[in-house]
Design a protein around this ligand. Structure first.
Ligand SMILES: [Zn+2]
Length: 147
């Protein structure tokens, strides 16, 4: 796996568990019933389907640009829990996803993310290793917060 792929894996795991925990807290679903953090259920941000996050995707609101990169590829506000059918559908249900972003982060966030999309990110190995490390720590923080 390339450093970028490893960084994405860590980012994806963090964002999916984050959203699943938020869903359970909102619905007052007790977390002790889940044997592992991977079993925690969450809701697809575009269709509302509910299942364990490990069986779902971390979908990008703004996906890769023409050059194959995006300044918001690793922006956690741009990455949200989405079921595989929605994420696989052309443009990932753009209208529904836009509504989800506004609900979660406010009216201005779609434009803010779109502007950042055009700023090329540092995808060199060193930056990717730091990104992987950062999201692994964030994930650990979530798991510790479950206890
Ligand atoms: Zn869905």
């Amino acid at each position: 796996m390339t450093p970028k792929a490893k960084a994405w894996k860590a980012c994806s795991r963090y964002c999916r568990l984050r959203d699943a925990l938020a869903y359970c807290r909102e619905r007052k679903i007790p977390l002790h019933q889940f044997a592992r953090p991977e079993d925690v259920i969450g809701k697809c941000c575009t269709c509302g389907a509910v299942k364990s996050w490990i069986w779902m995707d971390a979908g990008h609101f703004i996906s890769r640009g023409k050059g194959g990169v995006s300044g918001v590829y690793f922006d956690e506000r741009n990455v949200n829990l989405q079921c595989k059918p929605c994420n696989g559908f052309a443009q990932g249900f753009a209208q529904e996803y836009r509504a989800c972003i506004i609900k979660k982060y406010g009216e201005d966030m779609p434009d803010e993310l779109l502007q950042k999309h055009y700023i090329l990110p540092d995808l060199k190995d060193l930056a990717m290793k730091a990104t992987e490390q950062y999201y692994k720590e964030q994930y650990r923080g979530l798991v510790e917060g479950m206890a």
